[in-house]
Write a protein that binds this ligand. Structure first.
Ligand code: T5A
Length: 222
């Protein structure tokens, strides 16, 4: 059976890495084969493009060129990492995917949605996440968490954007969650890590085939 594809989205420091890791551990403990990956990156070619994008050297080229670079990375990632795993029956958990381009380059970068959809057709084709978690925290909470974790390191190209940018980002993600409720679930990520992780686990069991999650019979989850 084909694996399931779960993505985590949200602004900076909302807990995507934390909760994708916790979910992968829980699925593994339940006997499910799973890989964790991320965007931009997730394949050797895409990791090179990640470095170019996050260093900020591509910023002077403009938002359209950055979107093309994210798309090039995504195409490589889908071909070499995501699709082969799903075909093998392995579940794929990915930090960021198409929604990040829709929100960062589309909603905030003001790129024409037709351009964004055209990139999606080329890079992901029919592939769509089975489930997308949108982790929601106020911009100042996410930025403070990201700063604490970063320590002395310099903020990357996107972390360094203004507070207003990060607030607009949150609004755009909330709109996206409301537009696609069959795929997207917004999670209040201001709660403690164990509380957020538990909510995510419940949604996974509710939304995806619970027969594939041994030890948690369908209906056991409220
Ligand atoms: N981008 C990406 C685009 O513009 N377009 C695209 O198409 C794509 C794919 C990627 C950047 O690229 C942009 C968006 C991004 O700006 P990145 O380095 O991958 O950059 O950065 P992010 O994806 O933003 O990831 P971060 O590492 O900043 O944040 P996370 O993963 O959301 O947060 P996480 O889990 O590392 O947590 C941050 C800190 O908070 C703590 C954690 O322990 C950690 O210290 N934390 C909590 N603390 C208290 N309570 C909780 N509930 C907590 N949850 C986590």
């Amino acid at each position: 059976m084909r694996g399931r594809f779960i993505t985590f989205e949200g602004g900076e420091g909302t807990g995507k890495s934390t909760h994708s890791t916790l979910l992968a551990e829980r699925l593994t403990a339940a006997g499910i084969g799973v890989i964790r990956t991320r965007e931009p990156g997730g394949s050797p070619g895409a990791e090179v493009i990640r470095h170019v994008l996050l260093s900020g050297v591509a910023e002077p080229l403009g938002v359209e060129a950055e979107a093309l670079l994210f798309a090039a990375a995504r195409g490589d990632h889908v071909r070499n990492t995501i699709e082969p795993a799903l075909v093998e029956g392995v579940w794929v958990i990915c930090d960021r995917f198409i929604d990040s381009t829709r929100v960062y380059q589309g909603a905030l970068g003001h790129l024409d949605p037709r351009f964004i959809r055209a990139l999606e057709r080329v890079t992901v084709g029919e592939l769509k996440p089975d489930l997308t978690f949108i982790l929601d925290v106020p911009a100042e909470v996410g930025l403070a968490r990201a700063k604490k974790r970063r320590g002395e390191r310099v903020a990357d190209r996107f972390e360094a954007e203004s507070r207003a940018f990060h607030e607009a980002l949150r609004d755009a993600y909330r709109r996206l969650a409301a537009e696609e409720p069959e795929r997207c679930v917004a999670i209040d990520a201001t709660q403690s890590k164990p509380e957020v992780a538990e909510r995510i686990w419940k949604v996974v069991v509710e939304r995806l085939d619970s027969a594939q999650v041994p030890g948690l019979p369908a209906g056991a989850v409220s």
